[in-house]
Design a protein. Structure first.
Ligand SMILES: C[S@@+](CC[C@H](N)C(=O)[O-])C[C@H]1O[C@@H](n2cnc3c(N)ncnc32)[C@H](O)[C@@H]1O
Length: 500
């Protein structure tokens, strides 16, 4: 996640992280090693001009350089500074907004090959929403989200992602390369978009950089380098460290319509991809309630609980369930009856008012904190009974589960049984499969922890992502084919179909 120390509102809005000169020079040296000889260079958000200066010094082939910057002070400083550079190709600096610039006609009018070079803003649409920033494309329909939805957080996206896709689209049909410093997640999404929309990529590579050292932020970041051709020629992208750019450390790729973390490994485990969703065995998220200080309790003794606001409570046990957080699952800290969760429903649409009779103290407690629960912003609670939670169904109340935490950087599947007579529930950082019996859960857990399953998940998982393990990845493993491969009998009887 990005940390922005001591940035003012304006710097946040404009995603302002100026590139150190040494890094810009290192990038230009690498591009030269890769054989890039641009006739023109475009820096679309040039800031204090580190990349323009490095390009003017490094590329003696460049006849024309264009730089754009929205911030008037940066624009003025950069104009003065670049006028002192000894080598002067035709330099066109403009104080302008990326979003209202006619990129296709500018790029197509430049001498080719064109190099799109720089470090676009590090800010997301929801980050802008939080500070009421307006540095966004005005009437955009980006990746299916209308601009306004994006601002309200519905379709959160990185501004850099939007910019890079616009640049690649504008440059298609030309002999252009793009070399931009971005978060690795942005680079991957741009590549996925390019491959999905069959943009003509000739080559693609990611060079990992140390964002903490260069920008003082803790984020996985890289130089994305890709070149355009007439027809698509690659669906793979090698990974390197910028400091050691000759040794590939991996290859991500686009396979079967999706981005995969390790293209070669994916080709080896492709036979384990599930063709259809398994109706019998379905991965589910843990319970989502968005109000942990009210809904999650710690048990003090048999009858007394404490909530996250420090209140000591005596509640009926009808709606209380032992819970495990994702971190408990990852560390296999099996429920010991210390953490509990109030689960007011058996399904998201179930009326909650029967609680008034069945568990009056719990009802009174939830009403007392009704305002906090009513304020929950997520649309999943809209038009639902008061105090509704999400991610519940018969599977929540199954006696046996196999669980995995989505936030951890390693796969740790855990078999979880009930605590006393109560099924254990999970928070929404956890994914689970549900079972009637321990034997079923253990059988499936063995399969998930097998060598071929590990290879499979490693091929698909981007370990540097915020939530590396996703339902989508879990559900893509065909456990039945895996059971055959492992010579293991299918652990589920037909009788448990109802649990799905
Ligand atoms: C991450 S900084 C990088 C600056 C420069 N590219 C570099 O590498 O040092 C992003 C820059 O984008 C500029 N910027 C942000 N939004 C912009 C927009 N809509 N149009 C043009 N420039 C913009 C910011 O003012 C800032 O200078």
């Amino acid at each position: 996640m990005m940390i922005m120390p001591k940035k003012d509102r304006r710097q946040i809005e404009f995603g302002d992280f100026q590139t150190p000169e040494v890094l810009a020079a290192q990038v230009v040296a690498l591009l030269k090693q890769c054989g890039i000889k641009p006739a023109s260079v475009v820096e679309p958000t040039c800031g204090l001009g580190a990349f323009i200066a490095a390009a003017m010094r490094g590329f003696d082939t460049a006849r024309q350089v264009i730089g754009l910057e929205i911030n008037p002070e940066y624009f003025a400083q950069t104009s003065t500074r670049l006028s002192q550079e000894p080598r002067r190709p035709l330099l066109d600096l403009r104080r302008a907004d990326f979003f209202s610039f006619d990129w296709p006609s500018v790029i197509r009018g430049l001498p080719q090959p064109v190099l799109l070079l720089g470090n676009p803003p590090w800010v997301t649409s929801s980050g802008l929403g939080a500070i009421r920033g307006t540095n966004l494309p005005e009437k955009s329909n980006f990746q299916g989200h209308r601009g306004l939805d994006a601002v309200t957080g519905k379709g959160n996206f990185d501004i850099a992602e939007w910019m890079l896709i616009k640049l690649l689209e504008a440059a298609s049909g030309t002999r252009a390369s793009l070399a931009m410093l971005v978060k690795t997640s942005v680079a991957r999404r741009v590549l996925a978009h390019a491959w999905r929309s069959r943009m003509p990529l000739k080559r693609a590579a990611l060079y990992m950089i140390d964002a903490a050292e260069h920008f003082g932020v803790s984020a996985s970041a890289c130089l994305l380098l890709c070149s355009l051709a007439e027809t698509p020629r690659t669906a793979e992208c090698d990974l390197f460290n910028l400091d050691d750019p000759t040794v590939a450390i991996g290859t991500l790729g686009f396979r079967d319509g999706k981005l995969v973390a390790d293209a070669r490994a994916y080709d080896r485990v492709r036979h384990l991809i599930a063709e259809n969703t398994d109706a019998e065995l379905r991965w589910r998220s843990g319970v989502k309630h968005d109000c942990s200080t009210v809904m999650e309790l710690s048990r003090l003794d048999q009858e007394t609980f404490k909530n996250g606001r420090g209140e000591v409570l005596r509640l009926e046990t009808d709606y209380l369930f032992p819970m495990m957080k994702g971190s408990d699952v990852a560390r296999r800290r099996i429920a010991e009856g210390k953490r509990w969760m109030i689960v007011p429903q058996r399904s998201t649409s179930e009326d909650t008012s029967s609680m008034r009779e069945r568990a009056p103290r719990t009802w009174e407690y939830l009403n007392r904190h009704g305002e906090a629960l009513d304020k929950r912003g997520s649309s999943v609670y809209r038009n639902r009974p008061r105090f509704a939670v999400f991610g519940i169904g018969p599977y929540t109340f199954a006696p046996w589960k196999v669980a995995v935490c989505g936030l951890y950087k390693r796969l740790e599947f855990a078999v979880v049984g009930s605590y006393g007579k109560k099924p254990v529930v999970f928070d929404d950082t956890t994914y689970q499969l549900s079972f009637d019996s321990e034997a079923q859960a253990r059988g499936v857990n063995d399969l998930l922890n097998s060598e071929p399953a590990r290879d499979f998940f490693n091929a698909l998982t981007f370990w540097d992502a915020k939530r590396p393990i996703t339902i989508d990845v879990l559900a893509r493993l065909d456990l039945r084919v895996l059971a055959t491969e492992c010579g293991q009998e299918w652990p589920l009887s037909e009788a448990r179909l109802k649990m799905a």
